[in-house]
Design a protein around this ligand. Structure first.
Ligand SMILES: Cc1ncc(C[n+]2csc(CCOP(=O)(O)OP(=O)(O)O)c2C)c(N)n1
Length: 721
């Protein structure tokens, strides 16, 4: 073991009697409530891991002196309070949103020492199979507390943690699953993380919804190099939140085991009892640099580093336990056990295979092969199979406008699948600003169809955790442009399955109106920019042009295993352009299957969304010469259908509403140029708006959007090329 084997050489921790006297817990109530031997083992183990990885260990026993990982984030100084907290998480469905300095907490929840070493070494197996930084971990657990997949973005852990808390209530009260009784969500973050949008979004969620959620802030007064008073006015988030309605707030010294244990115990009990959320801030020293590459130069003086070293919680833990609860020999025995176990774990991790490079692309999307294990999250295969579906549309259905078709699909899926919830800003009482969900709250109740606070990050982060819990969250973003604040959660949702090597999945559905309206536009409500989601990893992207396709694709998403962006075009919501016959309650349209709107001999016109209608009007002017393909989905997109048609017609024209530069049309043009080049009789051409935002005045809008005339003229030009 490392330098911590010399606790007696360090100054004794002051007892801070004034603080202790004010605390509501007695010495014996704290001492007796915890398994301190286990806590000591885990604190020492975490310390040993960090020291070996950092190369600061002195080398002892079977553990040589070395520096074993390149990108290391040490938790030295943060361990004791985290492990005390972990020891309080014992309900079946406790769930943790944590960050890169939370490995001690994971050790206390069952992360093995070998996995803790193996992943930072980039070895196969473990929590990411070599795909993610070793301290960005996760812990699926079907029998006890889980740790949601962490992410590298500071603050991104908060809204999923709040979503987990809301999911606990849903499973317990709406699905009647008693195994959720008493379970809570925990969000762990540093002092700088409380300046993020995610922190405030989740705090609003937790306090307004009275969620069973504990915020644990470990305040080391540094965000890499920036001091805490730059993140929080006055530098103490607990003091500032003292007057927050519906939040128990506690503040203390995270190096004092007694105080940490008492405060955390009180807060956990408060939340478990259903009294609402709590926040505990504990001060801790950061005993290392921020991360491996950081040398602390320029922002921390040697004196500051030395005075933080004096606040090391490990010797304070020993002071607290020895001799009151453990004899010096017992403490030494724990140290020896840790040294032994850590040595074996390091060897085990080293002997693991390197990750299989041939599998680097696996798990971006769900892999349905029977030999691939089911991820933690989403509907199970059995549940999906039971819901079933058919890709054969009924032909006698009512003629439905676009919005009504989506509403009817949501209504049916809410009725047949109790795990479905529908939510977003104004989605509940009002029924959405486009009234797509009108009447659904009345029919299914406010637990299943509900309004949210105005935070898109909160909406998507919440959906991610709900999906991980096995629910089917259908989140509405009020307008495409307002997905911007949720970009981090959306991107992390898309990579979640891949970066956890299929341990977790979050197949959420994000409904998103956008595009031009009926004679109206503007830069905020009329953005389309669908290409951004096709470019993001792991998403399915639907852009239906009519009611029947909307029904089939939305149902496919809600019975599927991948996250989906479901684009609801405003002009289709506002007009009858997309009306079609209802294809039935069981109609499921697989993604990546284009619709041939019309066959043609001389030119293939490719488009999607609302542009299908303008393209169809233009194509109709050319008798049988124009083949029109409606892609329906752009991720995946039906490459085969487009190539087959272009090989037949020899010409390709792509029309879209998104701006031309790097729009999705460029992807199609590239595929055609590469794989149908020898069949082309003319250049591949795109009709799309110049790179100009959507304008407000109808004349300006009309001047920018592709229209029937422009499409027809371009068809003529390509035909005569
Ligand atoms: C959204 C985001 N911005 C910036 C960073 C870079 N970064 C990584 S850690 C960090 C400081 C975080 O400090 P704090 O939350 O106090 O946690 P600590 O590292 O002190 O434990 C920063 C700025 C990031 N990872 N994510």
């Amino acid at each position: 073991m490392a330098s911590t084997a010399r606790p007696s050489a360090l100054p004794a921790a002051p007892a801070t009697p004034a603080v202790l006297a004010a605390l509501p817990f007695s010495a014996s109530s704290v001492r007796d409530a915890f398994d301190w031997r286990r806590i000591a083992y885990q604190v020492l183990a975490s310390r040993a891991l960090d020291e070996i990885e950092e190369g600061t260990n002195r080398g002892r026993g079977s553990v040589p002196r070395e520096h074993v990982v390149l990108y290391q984030f040490s938790a030295r100084g943060h361990e004791t309070a985290q492990i005390i907290l972990g020891s309080l998480l014992n309900a079946r469905h406790d769930g943790v949103g944590a960050y890169y300095r939370s490995r001690p907490l994971l050790l206390s929840l069952g992360l093995t020492l070998e996995d803790a070493f193996g992943s930072p070494l980039g070895r196969s197996g473990g929590f990411s199979d070599g795909r993610d930084i070793g301290v960005v971990c996760n812990l699926p657990n079907r029998e006890g507390p889980i740790v949601l997949p962490m992410a590298g973005d500071v603050g991104s852990q908060y809204t999923p943690a709040a979503g987990w808390a809301q999911a606990i209530i849903y499973h317990r009260d709406s699905l009647g699953d008693a195994s959720y009784d008493g379970s809570i969500a925990i969000a762990v973050g540093g002092d700088a993380s409380v300046a993020t949008n995610g922190f405030w979004a989740s705090l609003t969620m937790a306090t307004t919804l009275n969620l069973p959620m504990l915020f644990y802030i470990e305040d080391n007064d540094l965000g890499i190099s920036v001091r805490g008073d730059m993140q929080t006015p006055g530098g103490n988030i607990a003091r500032n939140l003292a007057s927050f309605t519906n939040l128990l707030v506690r503040d203390g010294d995270g190096t004092n085991p007694h105080e940490s244990a008492g405060l955390l115990q009180e807060a956990v009990a408060h939340v478990r009892a259903g009294n609402g959320p709590a926040l505990v801030r504990l001060t801790v020293p950061r005993l290392s640099s921020h991360s491996g590459p950081d040398n602390q130069k320029g922002y921390r003086t040697p004196d500051e580093i030395a005075s933080d070293a004096e606040r090391d919680p490990l010797p304070r833990l020993r002071e607290y336990l020895v001799p009151a609860l453990l004899s010096p020999d017992e403490w030494a025995e724990i140290e020896a056990n840790v040294a032994h176990d850590v040595g074996i774990a390091l060897e085990g991790a080293r002997s693991r295979a390197m990750p299989d490079a041939t599998r680097v692309a696996q798990h971006v999307y769900a892999d349905e092969s029977p030999d691939v294990a089911e991820a933690f999250g989403g509907l199970t295969r059995a549940e999906r199979a039971a819901l079933g579906g058919t890709d054969v549309a009924e032909t006698e259905g009512d003629l439905l406008r676009f919005a009504e078709a989506i509403r009817r699909t949501l209504r049916h899926e809410l009725a047949v699948n109790p795990k479905v919830v529908v939510f977003g800003e104004d989605v509940g009482r009002k029924g959405g600003v486009h009234l797509v969900s009108e009447g659904l709250q009345k029919q299914f109740g406010a637990a299943r169809v509900f309004d949210t606070s105005l935070s898109e990050e909160g909406i998507i982060g919440r959906a991610v955790a709900m999906a991980i819990s096995g629910m089917v969250p259908v989140a509405e973003i009020q307008f495409r442009k307002y997905a911007d604040p949720a970009a981090e959660q959306l991107n992390n949702c898309g990579t979640l399955r891949w970066r956890t090597a299929n341990r977790f999945a979050a197949p959420i559905i994000v409904r998103m109106p956008g595009g031009f309206g009926k004679d109206v536009g503007d830069p905020w409500h009329s953005l389309s920019d669908e290409v951004r989601f096709a470019h993001a990893y792991g998403w399915q992207v639907a852009m239906p042009s009519n009611s029947a396709d909307a029904v089939g694709l939305l149902r496919a998403a809600m019975r599927g295993a991948n996250p989906t962006i479901f684009f609801e075009h405003r002009s289709l919501l506002m007009t009858g352009d997309g009306s079609a016959r209802y294809p039935g309650d069981n109609y499921v349209l697989p993604f990546g299957r284009a619709r041939t709107v019309r066959e043609g001999t001389d030119l293939t016109l490719v488009t999607w969304g609302a542009m299908v209608h303008r393209a169809a009007s233009a194509a109709a002017r050319f008798d049988e010469r124009i083949g029109l393909i409606d892609l329906r989905t752009i991720a995946p997109w039906d490459r085969e259908a487009v190539l087959a048609s272009v090989k037949k017609t020899g010409r390709c024209l792509i029309v879209h509403e998104d701006n031309i530069t790097a729009g999705f049309g460029a992807e199609i043009a590239s595929a055609v140029a590469q794989d149908a080049f020898w069949h082309l009789d003319a250049p591949v051409v795109r009709v799309a708006p110049r790179d100009v935002p959507m304008p407000y005045h109808p004349d300006l809008l009309a001047a920018l959007l592709p229209n029937v005339e422009e499409i027809a003229t371009t068809i003529e030009r390509v035909l005569s090329a």
